[in-house]
Write a protein that binds this ligand. Structure first.
Ligand code: ADP
Length: 211
């Protein structure tokens, strides 16, 4: 497998935007949020276990997990939150491993919002890219995108690693405090670096094959 870069950052920091821009340059993208959505969509692999653990009232008429209701429960009840995580995390992990085996890009980005907070993906990634911006901007962009109120965004942020801890665990950092053009410029340089590192990793693998 070539280079795998874990991409993380707080809510609204710009992880999806970074992934989209690097994907356009040839990176493969695996998004754990997207996988979680698929698992809890109608017919998703987690639906049966969610009904068994929480009851059919947590499934909407279309057959998907009722996200609003589940979020409310998980926020007020830690044991419910961890029961949901015990259902979802192994399924997400399985799907990530499957997608890593299939990935075709010149390197792979693995988007994990809580990469710093959990140990689950450490063995699968070669390095960590943090998307960074000041907290005030993080709040305003998240509010503009989601319609959540400031207090709600702050409550979500309080459950995530703080900016300093996240930066401490970074191998690479992009600042998303300015406009998209500035982000794109930083990503062009980073892309070249990742392509070079992926090539290096591949030639080391070949060398090892011939030992
Ligand atoms: P995440 O995936 O980390 O939650 P997103 O990539 O969805 O974050 O970005 C959050 C919001 O901020 C989106 O609406 C996105 O379009 C917007 N956004 C991202 N980068 C910038 C930027 N440099 N300038 C202005 N808006 C941005």
């Amino acid at each position: 497998m070539s280079l795998v870069v874990g991409v993380t950052g707080g809510i609204g920091s710009g992880k999806s935007t970074v992934a989209e821009l690097l994907q356009a340059q040839g990176a493969a993208v695996i998004d754990t949020d997207h996988i979680a959505h698929e698992l809890t969509a109608p017919g998703g692999a987690a639906i049966g276990a969610i009904v068994a653990a929480f009851g059919a009232e947590f499934i909407n008429p279309q057959g998907a997990m009722d996200r609003v209701r589940m979020r409310q429960l998980a926020f007020s009840d830690n044991s419910a939150k961890s029961r949901l995580e015990q259902i979802l995390h192994p399924l997400i992990r399985q799907q990530v491993e499957h997608q890593l085996r299939q990935a075709q890009g010149c390197y792979t980005l693995l988007l994990v919002p809580l990469l710093v907070e959990t140990d689950a993906y450490r063995q699968l990634i070669d390095r960590t890219l943090v998307v960074d911006l000041p907290e005030e901007q993080q709040i305003s962009r998240t509010m503009a995108r989601s319609g959540l109120r400031e207090a709600e965004v702050k409550a979500i942020m309080a459950r995530q690693a703080c900016r300093r801890d996240r930066l401490q665990s970074a191998d690479d950092v992009v600042s998303n405090a300015a406009d998209l053009k500035s982000l794109q410029q930083q990503l062009e340089a980073l892309h070249q670096r990742y392509v070079a590192l992926a090539r290096e990793a591949k030639s080391n693998e070949h060398a090892a094959d011939h030992l």
